[in-house]
Design a protein around this ligand. Structure first.
Ligand code: ASP
Length: 277
């Protein structure tokens, strides 16, 4: 009897460590660049993050597989023609790096294309549409597996939100109904892209906006998901994830929100783990 209880004790002591270790192995090869926004106010498309993209893109990454599913209204073209317009737009930018982009929407077998990608890149737009299409094309698991095995991943905006467990911290409208809110779950926290602070009082006195601030909306998410953590990525910032280490890149702070806790600010260049501590 004594022996049995000792075995249980040992199990309960080592099990959490064991699962942490297994979880660690899961992320050991990951390389992600999670960008808040493609375009800074009054600046050209993807220009602010060009140096980051250049640094992140690997010389070996010949075949960049692009996921355009968030783009439902691009350059005057609407879904599904918007996918061509979106891919061309991104292709133009990546030509400067000598890279070609192949889009999943043009592939006969999107899963096969993802399985042979050197790098996976997910563009922004409407997150609900993106997630709906990822599920409809059965791409959630293949992308997740490929990235966990070490294929680099770049996402901006909605593309960064889908690297999280769910889409629940998007700013977008539910224009379609995805099969589920479940996303790629590459990082254990939620990202809110384009995080914006409340307007200063003198501005709000002028515009008299009485709706929820971003922080209020995210606190509502935390009220019913009390063990989750939210990273509010302000414009011009990105998370550089390598294995289990994360660095905040860009020029502004990131805000970390937790239920019942004071928000924490991280400075550009700050390094932290998957718990955002
Ligand atoms: N619509 C944003 C994007 O550009 C995503 C968001 O605001 O949640 O992808």
């Amino acid at each position: 009897m004594k022996k049995k209880s000792q075995t249980y004790k040992k199990f309960y002591t080592f099990a959490p460590q064991f699962f942490t270790y297994i979880n660690h192995l899961n992320h050991i090869f990951m390389k992600l660049l999670l960008i808040s926004n493609s375009t800074n106010y009054k600046e050209p498309y993807l220009s602010w993050c060009m140096p980051l993209l250049e640094e992140f893109l690997q010389k070996t990454a010949k075949k960049i597989v692009f996921i355009p599913y968030a783009g439902v209204d691009v350059g005057g073209k609407v879904y599904p023609e918007s996918y061509d317009a979106y891919t061309e737009r991104v292709q133009k930018v990546f030509k400067t790096f000598g890279k070609t982009i192949v889009s999943v929407h043009a592939a006969k077998d999107p899963v096969d294309l993802v399985n042979h990608a050197d790098l996976i890149m997910v563009g922004g737009g409407n997150t609900f549409h993106l997630v709906a299409e990822l599920h409809r094309n059965k791409l959630i698991e293949p992308i997740r597996r490929k990235v966990m095995e070490g294929t680099p991943y770049i996402g901006w905006s909605a593309g960064s939100n889908v690297a999280c467990p769910t889409l629940c911290t998007t700013n977008d409208m539910p224009i379609v109904m995805p099969e589920s809110f479940q996303c790629l779950d590459l990082v254990p926290f939620q990202i809110n892209p384009h995080y914006i602070d409340p307007y200063p009082e003198e501005i709000n006195d002028r515009i008299r906006h009485g709706g929820e601030t971003r922080q209020v909306r995210l606190n509502e998410y935390l009220a019913v998901n009390q063990y989750k953590t939210v990273a509010g990525l302000r414009e011009g910032t990105a998370l550089w994830v390598e294995n289990e280490r994360i660095t905040l890149r860009g020029t502004r702070n990131m805000i970390v929100l937790r239920y019942g806790k004071k928000p924490v600010e991280k400075k550009p260049g700050a390094e932290f783990g998957f718990d955002l501590k």
